[in-house]
Design a protein around this ligand. Structure first.
Ligand code: BGC
Length: 768
């Protein structure tokens, strides 16, 4: 049936024109707490000069551009509202002291930082966290991070990053939770609640700033900072829900994306910042630009000069500017000339004051600092780390991609050769946003294996190769810091040494992949195979005939067709953080049975990108059994991924029964239960993720061939069976139609349940 039929159920309009409303609604619907806050802020605004209001809109990073002395002066004049990149209690306290002692109105600063996958203790990168499909583990990582960050005096984090990512060329896929909307939205809510706690004023609550609003993950060609152009259906169906989920979970901050959307930069996008965020989603918190984004409006070609850029940003709904002086420099004059109204300045300033109020800073500016004498003697003390938590979460994030003839788990005996440029690299094990993590506190794979085997086995080590032999790439990675240590021996000498070591061993564990800086901001790649230096090393190791275990360390899906053929076992470990090496050893030796599942498809080659499991059907689908020339396929490459979304092996095996449905039909407001029985058919206890996918067979617009709608992670003892039941209701069947109405349409829905997105059992029901 189509949307033209009278049975179509329109749930609500989304893209209707709306009139932007002020941040403080005059309605009686606001809570008493918010009324109190609004009264306080209104009163404060009355006392502030224009310059002081504008000063609140400025967020600066302490560093070479802004040395501490310059900041002291800004604080005295009320020209700064918040600070980022200052991460110790003494430093933060010194600045808050200056506010209290030097400034006229003593409006506290707030302090923010990129607490993305850990603070002092580093957890796996976000893509790794998503691979755990374990909400308790993900929440634990955010709780610990919030605890550590607030112990250091911080008030806000630039996280979570919930951009949907379907292009592994983009280095920032490492910071997100993958390609799926449902999974990312679920994690977004969990992470926000875990960071912020029950009450954002709490001693260990860290306010979140969900980013990058919006659609940053869809930059063309996977090239960072590039443009985004997208249909409204895809935007609202696939890309926007995670931001909304974070806001619904209470995120008080939103970081605005650097990219443009359909021609309008997010930073000057009134529709995005006011109509959607404020009027439709009722967001009451703060919008903060990304780094230097107001300046960039000129380069985007939508502002003629700095003054124009400032005008455009504030009028579009930006509350705070990160790392530029434009607001402070131009807004006072723009108000005096009438180009910007005092109401617009008040609205922006209110955003900043509201979050400071919500952080409890007006009650106690030292809320996350405590008395001066209580500062830790050593900020980086071992006792301040949460190693147990980090190890537990890290091992849950590992994904077993291949395990031929049960190569893994390894035995703690004989001789084990550990090789590869990443085998003993502390820096790379921590990953891309390991902001306050300490390199030398990180456990590498080599160290983890050593810890695991003790004196039960002989360990041999050789680096075998540099991360890359390409000077340009190494120079790029070492541009701002000495991130990658280059062994100056010739590639052949290094390979020869590794081969000698391999020949003496019973098994070779090669740790290969990307340096952390290869999967980061501004780290886009046009090819996603392993660097040639490492491919040469793997080929030489393979030629020894020894069992070859590849431990992959990388921040994006890689094209691994060749490695999949060469390796006996492949373990995807992402960048696993402070305890990464111990966690990886836990899995390599079977002390922990892996259960991670991929949150992004792994392509066979870069030419398949974008590749994602929940694509729309084609009018000329390709079927391998009956290929046909005029069908949608590549003649030089298979269509499907090497490893699909949701995929990951275990040391045990599982069976999934046929799908059982509680009914063949579903009423509009009813539900249908879909069940399978999952059995552990192997000889070890293990966990797996049972995944529910749905497909709307005939709808008014094409719907994805399948889309994740729920999952359950189950632990089963050998021989144990468990029935897993999913309740499907109309929310799972809702989509945006051609007129951007949210609808559910009657007709047939396919139900697919499996342990990855490809191998599924099917059933179907009809929505009446
Ligand atoms: C990034 C943000 C980050 C900010 C502050 C920007 O360049 O895009 O994700 O939070 O810098 O470090």
């Amino acid at each position: 049936m189509t949307w033209l039929t009278s049975l179509t159920i329109a749930i609500g309009l989304v893209c209707h024109p709306v009139v932007a409303q002020a941040l403080t609604p005059a309605s009686a619907s606001i809570s008493p707490a918010h009324q109190q806050r609004d009264a306080f802020v209104t009163d404060l605004l009355k006392k502030m000069t224009l310059e002081e209001k504008v000063g609140q809109l400025r967020l600066i990073s302490v560093g070479t551009d802004n040395p501490k002395e310059a900041i002291r002066e800004m604080i005295r004049k009320g020209q700064v509202g918040a600070i980022f990149n200052t991460v110790t209690r003494p430093d933060i306290r010194a600045m808050q002291d200056q506010v209290m002692q030097l400034s006229r109105l003593k409006i506290p600063l707030f302090f923010a930082y990129d607490v993305v996958h850990g603070h002092r203790t580093i957890f796996p990168i976000a893509l790794g966290l998503a691979s755990s499909w374990d909400m308790a583990a993900i929440a634990k990582s955010a709780r610990v991070s919030a605890y550590e960050a607030t112990e250091d005096g911080l008030n806000m984090t630039w996280a979570p990053m919930v951009d949907i990512t379907r292009d592994p060329r983009w280095g920032r896929v490492s910071e997100g939770f993958g390609e799926d909307t449902w999974l990312t939205s679920k994690i977004a809510g969990v992470v926000v609640k875990a960071f912020q706690g029950d009450n954002v004023t709490g001693r260990h609550s860290l306010m979140t700033s969900v980013k990058h609003y919006a659609l940053y993950g869809a930059v063309e060609g996977g090239r960072d900072y590039n443009t985004v152009d997208m249909s409204p259906q895809r935007m609202f169906q696939d890309y926007m829900p995670p931001y909304k989920a974070a806001i619904d979970a209470g995120s008080s901050g939103v970081m605005v994306a650097l990219n443009s959307i359909n021609g309008t930069p997010a930073t000057s996008n009134r529709w995005l910042l006011k109509d959607i965020l404020r009027d439709q989603w009722h967001f009451q918190g703060i919008t903060i630009t990304d780094h230097g984004a107001i300046k960039e409006l000129i380069k985007h070609g939508v502002a003629s000069d700095p003054r124009d850029a400032s005008r455009l940003a504030v009028k579009s709904g930006i509350g705070m500017s990160m790392s530029d002086e434009y607001f402070v420099r131009y807004l006072p004059e723009l108000v005096k000339s009438g180009a910007v109204s005092m109401q617009e300045i008040d609205d922006a300033c209110r955003q900043v004051l509201n979050v400071k109020y919500d952080m409890g800073l007006f009650d106690d500016p030292y809320r996350h600092l405590g008395p001066a004498g209580s500062d830790p003697a050593d900020t980086n003390a071992e006792s301040r780390l949460h190693r147990l938590e980090a190890r537990d979460v890290a091992r849950k994030s590992l994904v077993l991609l291949k395990n031929r003839l049960q190569t893994l788990p390894l035995k703690k005996q004989g001789t084990i050769a550990v090789v590869g440029p990443l085998a003993d690299s502390q820096r790379d094990t921590m990953g891309s946003w390991s902001a306050a993590g300490v390199v030398k506190q990180t456990i590498t794979v080599y160290q983890g294996i050593k810890n695991a085997v003790g004196d039960k086995a002989t360990l041999l080590y050789a680096k075998g190769a540099n991360v890359s032999n390409h000077k340009g790439i190494i120079d790029f990675l070492n541009l701002y810091e000495d991130a990658v240590q280059v062994d100056t021996r010739s590639p052949q000498v290094m390979i020869d040494e590794a081969v000698q070591v391999a020949k003496k061993a019973d098994v070779v564990v090669a740790v290969v992949g990307e340096a952390a800086g290869m999967a980061h901001e501004a780290s886009s790649r046009s090819n996603i195979v392993l660097p040639q230096s490492q491919r040469d090393l793997i080929a030489a190791l393979k030629a020894t005939g020894k069992p070859l275990v590849l431990v992959l360390m990388n921040g994006r899906p890689l094209a691994l067709v060749r490695e999949d053929q060469q390796a006996d076992a492949l373990l995807e470990t992402w960048f696993s953080g402070t305890e990464g090496g111990n966690a990886i050893a836990d899995v390599l030796f079977g002390d922990y049975n892996p259960s991670g599942k991929l949150p992004m498809s792994f392509p066979r080659s870069v030419g398949q990108i974008p590749i994602y499991y929940n694509h729309l059907p084609s009018g000329r689908p390709y079927t391998p059994e009956n290929p046909g020339k005029y069908t949608s396929h590549y003649y030089d490459e298979a269509n499907g991924p090497l490893y699909p979304f949701g995929y990951g092996l275990s040391y045990t095996t599982f069976s999934v029964s046929d799908v059982r449905l509680s009914s063949q039909t579903m009423k509009r407001n009813g539900t249908v239960d879909a069940s399978v029985t999952v059995k552990n058919t192997g000889s070890r206890a293990g966990e797996t993720v049972v995944q529910l996918y749905l497909h709307d067979v005939v709808a008014s617009i094409s719907r994805p061939v399948k889309a994740l709608q729920s999952f359950e992670k189950v632990m089963l003892q050998p021989g144990e069976s468990r029935t897993v039941t999913f309740t499907i209701d109309k929310d799972a069947l809702t989509f945006y139609n051609a007129r951007m109405q949210q609808v559910v349409e009657p007709g047939q829905f396919d139900v697919m349940i499996g342990l990855d997105s490809q191998r599924v059992k099917r059933g179907s029901f009809t929505l009446l």
